[in-house]
Design a binder for this molecule. Structure first.
Ligand code: C2O
Ligand code: CU
Ligand code: CU
Length: 544
């Protein structure tokens, strides 16, 4: 089929967005078969449509999903489990993380097999999902013995932390099933912030995370100006559960848009209850595979953002009514108890990340999702002190990077080759062939270096999204500063200084960041929609 005919047919059928830009050039020559199949897939715009997929699509058999209220709601927010320090020397944190299958009873009469860190350890009944919190300090040397009891190879990646490249759980450093590996790193001054850990094996990260492998890390500074605030931790994860209690494999829509289950869990619980009696510091983790969380407590309940991925902002951002965290991102906010009792719902508001449809341009955005119910009950007992605490006007100093000496360019693109998707037997690890998510025109190849950097050189990275959906960009081993964003020729400088390791990039948007790598070795950068990462939207940065 020549390109002109292809366009005429596909555009009238409104499937153009599926065949994003590059596909016309690359695959138009052999897409005839694909197109015919496409037209037979008219109502494949959602999960239910997948049940009608032709067998050649290799869609895993989808058991019906449990209803969205199948998990109990309304229990108090569980505290995160903590990883105990087994070390005795000052300044050393030593512990063991075991990745292992564990059984939990979430639905009455059904058992669910998770893959978990230290799942059989004590205290996991309230929170059957989240890995234990690693709570450490700047200057600490962290030594984690990792025991892989999964049926797959795995790694542990220390998302956001400046650990040496050979300790960072790269996909090239797989730990085989049954094997043990010790990760060791020292946390430098200035690294205080909110991080997390998760597996990073190529083509299996998405599955290992959606089966439950992810946990929080907090690095504390000795001179934390907000140390006096009571802290609350909200670790958000996503769970898709079938009626039989199983966690189903990814289907085609999951691979294309990133997986979103019917449940968003906070510390492993659905829609828990939170009571705020005095001003609190909340740390928020978006550990979902693909779900964007646009947090809101309603118009009445404004909050203050005080931190991003890599720790405190320079100045608090007062009076916020919403805060968007893309998958992988974290934030710190101050939530005020207020002067009188009130109620609010912590909500993930509507955010249109332009998920692709099989037969329309894009799917409508998901409706708002209630995450937790919050009761504000400021204590009025004068002897107990005021429930209000003040936030200093300056939290710390963030020095802007000097002028960059090197430039790097990252371009996100995608291509859907329907013919390849339909070819029988053409899938690896359950991933559909022909669904290509790329960086600088190519999918991830473990043998190829995508970009090269020199250590200690300040670089400007230009990240451009030439696809039709949002992708969160993430760079390993360092924190960066967003300089500005550009869309439709309009440049918006970033309004405040912050340390990040993950930044969302909208379709047709260009995000510019400044960053530096300080250690030689290989670093990954990728889209943090884990399905896209597994499908190849990842590159290797070689630092020399
Ligand atoms: Cu959170 Cu390379 O990942
Ligand atoms: Cu990372
Ligand atoms: Cu992506």
């Amino acid at each position: 089929m020549i390109r002109r005919q292809f366009l005429a047919r596909s555009l009238s059928a409104a499937v153009a967005s599926l065949f994003a830009r590059d596909v016309f050039a690359q695959h138009a020559g052999h897409s005839m078969q694909g197109m015919e199949d496409m037209e037979g897939m008219d109502d494949m715009s959602g999960m239910s449509g997948m049940q009608h997929a032709k067998p050649s699509l290799k869609a895993p058999p989808q058991g019906a999903l449990a209803p969205a209220d199948a998990l109990p709601a309304g229990a108090p927010l569980p505290d995160l489990r903590r990883l105990a320090n087994a070390g005795s020397e000052a300044g050393t944190f030593r512990a063991t993380l075991v990745a292992e299958p564990t059984q939990h009873r979430l639905l009455a009469g059904r058992s669910t097999t998770f893959w978990q860190y230290n799942g059989s350890g004590a205290g996991s009944a309230q929170d059957p999902v989240t890995g234990p919190l690693i709570d450490v300090r700047e200057g600490d040397t962290v030594e984690i013995r990792f025991i892989n009891r999964l049926p797959q190879p795995s790694t542990i990646h220390w998302h956001g932390l400046p650990v040496p490249p050979d300790q960072d759980g790269n996909p090239s450093a797989m730990i085989a099933p049954g094997a043990t590996h010790v990760y060791r790193f020292t946390l430098p001054p200035g690294s205080a912030g909110t991080y997390w850990y998760h597996p990073h094996p190529h083509m299996m990260s998405a599955e290992q995370v959606f089966r439950g492998l992810a946990g929080p890390i907090i690095v504390r500074a000795a001179d934390d100006p907000l140390a006096g605030f009571p802290e609350r931790h909200l670790f958000f994860s996503d769970l898709k559960l079938a009626t039989d209690g199983s966690i189903p494999a990814n289907d085609m829509m999951d691979w294309m848009n990133g997986r979103e289950g019917q449940f968003v869990l906070v510390n492993g619980a659905r829609r828990p209850r939170i009571t705020v009696k005095e001003d609190e510091r909340w740390r928020l983790w978006n550990a979902c595979s693909a779900r964007y969380l646009r947090f809101s407590l309603g118009e009445q309940q404004r909050f203050v953002q005080v931190g991003t991925d890599g720790g405190l902002l320079e100045k608090p951002r007062e009076g916020l009514t919403e805060l968007l965290l893309a998958p992988g991102e974290r934030a710190e906010v101050i939530v005020r108890a207020g002067g009188a009792p009130s109620q609010a719902t912590l909500t993930a508001d509507v955010y249109d990340r332009r998920k692709m449809a099989m037969s329309h341009g894009s799917l409508p955005p998901d409706p708002a999702h209630a995450l937790a119910d919050v009761t504000f009950q400021p204590h009025t007992d004068a002897r107990a002190g005021s429930s209000a605490r003040s936030v200093p006007a300056t939290l710390r100093t963030i020095v802007p990077f000097p002028a960059p000496v090197a430039q790097k360019s990252v371009i996100f693109s995608e291509a859907m080759d329907m013919a390849a998707m339909h070819r029988p037997g053409a899938s690896v690890h359950g991933m559909p062939a022909g669904m290509r998510f790329m960086i600088n025109g190519a999918g991830f190849d473990p043998k190829r270096v995508t970009l090269t950097s020199r250590r200690d050189e300040v670089e400007q990275w230009t990240i451009e999204n030439r696809t039709d959906m949002d992708h969160p960009f993430h760079l390993h081993g360092t924190q960066f500063q967003v300089i500005g964003r550009e869309r439709g020729g309009v440049k918006t400088p970033e309004p405040y200084l912050a340390w990040r390791d993950t930044v969302n990039v909208q379709p047709d948007e260009i995000v510019r960041i400044a960053t530096v790598q300080t250690m030689a070795g290989e670093r990954m950068f990728h889209c943090h929609i884990l399905e896209h990462e597994d499908l190849g939207m990842m590159g290797t940065l070689k630092v020399t």
